[in-house]
Design a protein around this ligand. Structure first.
Ligand SMILES: CC(C)(COP(=O)(O)OP(=O)(O)OC[C@H]1O[C@@H](n2cnc3c(N)ncnc32)[C@H](O)[C@@H]1OP(=O)(O)O)[C@@H](O)C(=O)NCCC(=O)NCCS
Length: 176
């Protein structure tokens, strides 16, 4: 497993977190309880921080990075992800902020300064442009992504269920 320090700061997480041994996590990263990181994820908390909440899963091949602080942008762009978020295969999350109960479809790209509110479904392959705000309760799709329609009850329920499924799967991998 490649859990690496950068400037003496090492990723932090407890024993309920599953991290595949092929994933690489560097620097100032924290992961909440029962979150999971799947094969070949690269997460680099070097020039800013990465914060991931509880029961969130980041699936295979996804890349997580941040933007440094500058005169023009004193906070830079950290990456903040809430609870019960599913990040599908091969996504790019860069310096953005995600709330709770979100599904990021496979191959989606979310750019600096974008904010995804709670309970949002992002279709596979979508591009969320810098500083966009995605409103709670909606499906967004496309490149650039547009608000497509309100989520139905089944989709709303699936946002949470997907996170539960991944908690269960990760417990199996942990042998718990
Ligand atoms: C978004 C998604 C749920 C669509 O569900 P759906 O019930 O088929 O959606 P709808 O039938 O309401 O489609 C709405 C419109 O968006 C389009 N659309 C659907 N998914 C799209 C996508 N990923 N990108 C662009 N357009 C998409 C549909 O073609 C349709 O277009 P139209 O209005 O011109 O006919 C599904 O396509 C998707 O992307 N799922 C992501 C799955 C995933 O990545 N999971 C994580 C890994 S486990």
């Amino acid at each position: 497993m490649a859990i690496r320090s950068y400037r003496s700061i090492t990723p932090t997480f407890d024993s309920s977190v599953y991290i595949d041994e092929s994933a690489v996590l560097v620097g100032d990263i924290s992961l909440g309880e029962q979150s999971s990181i799947w094969p070949l994820v690269a997460a680099r908390g070097d020039v800013n921080v990465i914060r991931i909440g509880k029961r969130t899963n980041v699936q295979d091949g996804s890349v997580l990075h941040v933007t440094r602080k500058s005169k023009q942008n004193p906070m830079g762009f950290p990456l903040i992800v809430g609870d019960d978020v599913t990040v599908g295969h091969k996504c790019m999350l860069h310096g953005c902020q995600l709330g709770n109960r979100i599904l990021v479809g496979m191959g989606a790209i979310i750019m600096d300064g974008a904010v995804v509110q709670d309970d949002v479904f992002i279709g596979a392959g979508s591009l969320i442009a810098p500083n966009k705000v995605l409103e709670s309760g909606y499906l967004y799709v496309g490149n650039p992504a547009v608000k497509k329609r309100l989520l139905n009850d089944a989709e709303m329920a699936f946002l949470k269920q997907s996170a539960i499924n991944y908690v269960e799967l990760s417990r199996e991998y942990l042998g718990q």
